[in-house]
Design a protein around this ligand. Structure first.
Ligand SMILES: [Fe+2]
Ligand SMILES: [Fe+2]
Length: 402
């Protein structure tokens, strides 16, 4: 048994993943990730809230004392509460049921359907189906309440509220990349790392679901949680307001002052235009300027900064009569996430048939962004291209700082 007490009767039994290189097979994990699972002990019953990725079942089972080592003290569990069915949290369910054959799975109707589809578990006696607002008593004074919060980040997602400890178990909401280096609760950790990873996690994973996140926050936050236990990253307590405010701003698409410049380049010419814009922005007083070469930065990092800052300037060579593929992927990511309200400008490059600037302009217009202008470079930068770069930077800086 390797449980970490967070509060009286509330324990952490999650795991760190510093092995996987990509989350969802897509998003890099340079700092790892944690799959958080929690135990709530009542006077009569004990509930486990969410499980872990299937690959991490061994250490999860060590935490629960069911690894097969006879010297371990086994944690008694009566209920498994399923807040979220994505396999990074549900993967251990089949083995958990083998270890605890009498376990009751407490889940909503949509989650129960998913448990059947993912794992073939369908015996009705296993399930205790709950609806929005239902409660489950773990004995006197320890009651769990379930809040359905669909699309944060799947349709079955819900949160679990433990009034007795002012603790909210939120699933992926308020989650972040980054394994938990020793501590579990925010004040035991260097929260700076998790804050920057939260931008990346939110924009990459949850970014499309801003409206459901707002709805969920409006439903859950009036409960007055003092402890927020997400399925990834630290438990928020001392820094709870910062985490809530960051999620609130991002889900309302309220962007920070600053400009992200993302460019593709084959031979450096479009990159030269990007640097000219970046320097001019600084000269014009823009404090935060982030520049990404789309062939070098990951899509994950680019989405994160493109999401975070209000200004977005995108440049691309014309490639096969289209955008340079990594730039196209970035623009597609913005479209899929329905990113609104950017101060936008763009620039393109071509050798014989110009296309990139027009495509970028069209995409910015389709997204409803404030278009501050564009320019096109023919192969290499010249004095007129430098003037155009300065002009675009001036317009963006003015719009941002006004
Ligand atoms: Fe998820
Ligand atoms: Fe997750």
């Amino acid at each position: 048994m390797n449980l970490k007490e967070i509060q009286p009767d509330v324990y952490y039994c999650g795991v760190n993943d510093r092995v996987s290189t990509l989350f969802e097979g897509l998003w890099p994990l340079p700092n790892g990730v944690s799959y958080n699972s929690y135990i709530v002990r009542g006077p009569e019953k004990t509930a486990l809230i969410d499980t872990v990725h299937e690959a991490n079942t061994p250490e999860f089972f060590h935490a629960l004392g069911v690894s097969g080592n006879a010297s371990e003290e086994r944690v008694k569990i009566d209920y498994l509460i399923v807040n979220h069915m994505e396999p990074d949290h549900s993967g251990a369910i089949p083995l958990l049921l083998r270890a605890y054959p009498d376990l009751k799975i407490v889940a909503n109707r949509v989650a129960i359907g998913m448990i059947k589809s993912f794992y073939g578990i369908s015996q009705p006696e296993v399930f205790l189906e709950i609806k929005d607002g239902d409660t489950l008593s773990l004995g006197e004074g320890m009651e769990l309440k379930f809040l359905l919060t669909p699309m944060v980040h799947w349709p079955e997602t819900m949160m679990t509220w433990l009034e007795a400890r002012k603790t909210l178990f939120t699933g992926d909401a308020f989650g972040t990349f980054g394994a938990l280096d020793g501590g579990i609760v925010d004040d035991e950790l260097d929260t700076e790392l998790y804050r920057s990873e939260m931008y990346r996690y939110y924009s990459n994973i949850v970014g499309k679901y801003g409206v459901p996140v707002q709805r969920a926050m409006a439903k859950a936050l009036p409960l007055g949680a003092e402890w927020v236990c997400p399925t990834h990253g630290p438990v928020w307590h001392t820094h709870l307001q910062e985490a809530v405010s960051l999620y609130d701003r991002l889900s309302r698409q309220e962007w920070e002052d600053g400009v992200t410049i993302i460019y593709g380049t084959m031979y450096g010419n479009t990159g030269e235009a990007a640097d000219a814009i970046a320097r001019r922005l600084k000269e014009r007083g823009v404090k935060t300027v982030k520049v990404h070469n789309a062939s070098h930065s990951t899509l994950s990092e680019m989405i994160s900064d493109a999401f975070r800052y209000k200004g977005l300037i995108v440049g691309s060579p014309t490639y096969n009569g289209n955008l340079f593929p990594p730039v196209e992927a970035l623009m597609k990511s913005m479209e899929v996430r329905e990113v609104k309200g950017k101060i936008f400008a763009c620039f393109g490059n071509y050798a014989w048939a110009p296309a990139a600037t027009k495509i970028l302009n069209d995409k910015g217009t389709a997204l409803g962004w404030d278009n501050m202008g564009s320019f096109t470079v023919k192969m290499a930068m010249d004095s007129s291209a430098y003037d155009s770069a300065a002009g675009v930077a001036d317009s963006v800086a003015e719009a941002l700082l006004s």
